[in-house]
Unconditional design. Structure first.
Length: 375
């Protein structure tokens, strides 16, 4: 939020020379972020696959499939809503009367070591091969690599994001395009929050039908977990409260709750995925004047579901892990990526809360499928 405010002030009052410096900073930071994206994909998706093991139980495989289907279902729901709602928001792409941006002082190109799709395929192949061969040394090496990449995200990427956002909004304000679009983004945040509650209602209705129990008895007990997630923006930090809430309702078998709730906090990100899909469509309309083609969006959603399962457990982890497909599949430039990071951050706490509460619905489904055969 401070990055957005400071960026707007700089952009509205800066002269051409200062914006030239800001443009240079924005380009370099964008290059650093782009460089780390394939490493994030490799460092989180491959270790996530190795955790499954070759002797994974039916319950584990079922939970992973449920998490993927829930994320993809939420994304498709968001996509259909986006095609219906976004054209009604009367978003006008500002193209007339904009100031020309001055040239950058210099360009520092930092090409990634791998393309995004190469990193994804390598992560999938490497993870599966380690499971098949039961290679303990490579599995341990991937765990170490995961820790290394997470430290890069914590110590380098997240600290530079506010500066990247500041520089982006400074250039947008200097051009004169962003001030007219801020009300649109606030409307979109409200629409997404409504979408979260609709999707949770759908998930809990399915859970109730499969488990043959009243789903709202469990849902009502999740209030403290929802508020904790809003405050912490972290599924991991909310986990003890979420477990307590899930058990308090006496709807779930204790063993299934102990299994499903912690695993769900890692692999089930339906709220974040729903949010991201609606936001990329809005940003596409704002910056590029058109919504992405439906075929492109479906491809993006199928890949996003995979990325969500292996996403790092940090604030904005889902959008960070998927920056590669935002740029490669949807064709977003640095400005589009910065806008995505910003409006995603504005509602990240509510997306996390939707993820946490949604875990209870998946646990309810597992309860219906496995309670009789638990032993």
């Amino acid at each position: 939020i401070f990055g957005v405010i400071i960026g707007l002030i700089i952009g509205l009052f800066a002269n051409e020379s200062l914006i030239g410096v800001v443009q240079t900073i924005k380009f370099i930071l964008g290059q650093i972020i782009s460089f780390t994206v394939p490493l994030i994909i490799l460092g989180f998706i491959a270790p996530a696959i190795t955790k499954m093991k070759s002797n994974a139980s039916k319950m584990l495989v079922t939970m992973l499939m449920l998490a993927y289907m829930s994320s993809v279902g939420a994304a498709l729901f968001s996509m259909i809503s986006g095609y219906a709602i976004i054209p009604m928001l009367n978003i006008v792409t500002v193209v007339d009367g904009l100031k020309a941006l001055p040239p950058m002082l210099f360009k520092l190109n930092i090409p990634p070591v791998l393309s995004v799709m190469s990193a994804l395929v390598l992560a999938l192949f490497l993870g599966l091969a380690i499971v098949w061969t039961n290679s303990k040394k490579l599995e341990a090496a991937l765990d170490e690599f995961n820790n290394v990449i997470l430290s890069i995200v914590h110590r380098i990427i997240i600290p530079i994001l506010p500066f990247f956002i500041t520089s982006t909004f400074a250039t947008l304000a200097y051009e004169g395009s962003i001030t007219k679009q801020l009300p649109v983004f606030l409307k979109v945040v409200v629409i997404v929050l409504i979408g979260h509650f609709i999707w949770l209602t759908i998930l809990y209705s399915i859970g109730g039908a499969i488990s043959k129990q009243n789903p709202f008895k469990l849902l009502k007990s999740y209030g403290p977990a929802y508020l904790t997630a809003v405050g912490t923006m972290s599924s991991a930090a909310t986990l003890p409260v979420a477990l307590s809430c899930a058990k308090k309702s006496n709807t779930l078998d204790d063993d299934i709750a102990n299994f499903a709730i912690p695993l769900g906090s890692t692999v089930h990100l339906c709220g974040s995925v729903l949010t991201e899909v609606f936001f990329v469509m809005t940003v596409s309309q704002v910056l590029y004047g058109t919504l992405p083609a439906m075929g492109t969006m479906v491809l993006f959603i199928v890949l996003l579901g995979i990325f969500a399962i292996g996403a790092p457990g940090v604030p904005g982890g889902t959008v960070m892990a998927s920056l590669g497909i935002i740029s490669s599949v949807l064709g977003f430039d640095d400005t589009g990526i910065a806008l995505m990071l910003t409006i995603f951050a504005l509602q990240d706490s509510f997306g996390t809360a939707c993820n946490v509460v949604g875990d209870g619905a998946l646990a309810l489904i597992l309860n219906g499928l496995f309670r009789k055969n638990k032993k």
